[in-house]
Design a protein around this ligand. Structure first.
Ligand code: GZL
Length: 385
């Protein structure tokens, strides 16, 4: 049943035209009842096919300020449209699951989910579809960081608040809040850990190969920029940096090419997510290249999904830099604030950790800030997303 049949839900700051019209209608009816000396009906009347109205001005105003968790003041479900990047990695699966676990009917939500299959045109189409459906809120994890201002303006005109998670939108600020972490910091941390590790192990870094994430994704841009800064500061040579699209096949394909083109020239491989690292491990094994704690190549990854941490624990991935995918509870908090007429923080940062297989490097600094390292144990793997 459509959440709109028979109800108006009024949220300050996020009223679309249909709801605005209904509120005006309700207020006019209430005022006309008062003006005629008539009494407001004791219960709401369904005045048109698809809305019921408040009994009085006070009721109409009260419902705007209603502070409800997961449902609007009149108990209707809050509809949330989620345009997800795709299904390219373990991290993405956990991100999707987080939203599906939080935005349930039992919690007062109706989730309209679209897997955009890593296609930007599909993602823009999904957001426009949410506008047509007049959802209450839109969540976007943007595949790429540009090309957003036009559709976000359409959301704003429709009175539908947008909440961005994980990756960033860099060409528009027409959204209520962003929930995530700093990709550049992740790249800086990977570089500074590598320097501390190489010094502790007496490794002379000969050549570095990078398998990047999806071109244009802020995750790729930030991790690349951060690590490049450190490489430049220590005079390291990055032999090549190619797009592995955050997938296992992509990582394997790029690494197979690297093993041919740079045989014997590299002793560090940076994969911008775990699934790329899994593919790179297959390619290096097939090419007879050893990696990890006892290998010729130091292998660094990002995301720190459960499977990635299992390889860290085995010493096959030397270090894994986490990105927390469980953003949905933070988004629910933002929605509650908006429902209550409050203004959420525009940037909400999630905690993340750096993992390794042993205590060779127990701590290091990034821009002077002390960083701690978590050694992967069974308990750490068990607790991961
Ligand atoms: C990072 C996220 C990236 C992950 C990949 O926050 O956007 O996208 O690193 C995923 O696993 O594909």
């Amino acid at each position: 049943m459509s959440p709109f049949s028979g109800v108006i839900h009024l949220q300050k700051g996020c009223m679309n035209m249909k709801k605005l019209f209904a509120l005006v209608l309700a207020l006019c009816m209430a005022l006309s009842l008062v003006a005629c000396g008539g009494s407001s009906s004791s219960d709401t009347e369904d005045t048109t096919g698809d809305v019921s109205t408040a009994d009085s001005v006070e009721d109409a105003e009260a419902s705007v300020a209603a502070d409800t968790e997961g449902t609007t003041s009149d108990g209707s479900l809050i509809t949330v449209g989620f345009a997800q990047v795709g299904h390219e990695s373990d991290w993405r699966t956990a991100s999707t699951q987080s939203c599906q676990d939080v935005f349930t009917e039992a919690n007062g939500y109706e989730l309209v989910f679209v897997d955009c299959d890593n296609d930007s045109a599909t993602q823009l189409e999904a957001v426009r579809g949410f506008i047509q459906q007049e959802v209450d809120y839109i969540i976007i994890d943007p595949i790429v960081s540009t090309g957003w201002d036009t559709v976000l303006t359409e959301c704003e005109d429709a009175g539908i608040p947008v909440i961005v998670i994980d990756r960033t939108i860099d060409d528009s600020d027409k959204y209520a809040a962003w929930v995530g972490s700093n990709f550049t910091t992740e790249g800086l941390a990977a570089g500074e850990w590598l320097n501390a590790y190489a010094e502790a192990k007496g490794i002379e870094i000969s050549g570095i190969l990078v398998i990047e994430g999806t071109t244009g994704a802020s995750a790729t841009l930030g991790r690349t920029e951060g690590f490049q800064q450190i490489a430049d500061s220590y005079g390291w040579t990055i032999l090549d940096s190619q797009d592995g699209d955050f997938t296992q096949d992509g990582g394997q394909e790029v690494m197979e090419s690297y093993c041919k083109s740079y045989e014997g020239q590299f002793n560090v491989v940076i994969c911008q997510n775990d699934n790329e690292a899994f593919g790179a491990m297959t390619a290096m094994t097939n090419a007879g290249v050893s990696y990890g704690e006892d290998g010729d190549v130091t292998l660094i990854s990002f995301d720190a999904c459960t499977a990635g941490l299992e390889y860290v624990q085995q010493g096959l991935i030397n270090a894994d830099f986490e990105r927390n995918p469980l953003a949905a509870p933070f988004v629910a908090e933002v929605i509650e604030q908006l429902e209550a007429g409050e203004t959420p923080e525009t940037e909400i940062y999630m905690e993340e950790h750096w993992f390794t297989y042993d205590e060779t490097v127990s701590s290091f600094t990034v821009d002077g800030a002390e960083q701690t390292v978590t050694v992967v144990t069974d308990e750490v793997v068990e607790a991961q997303y």
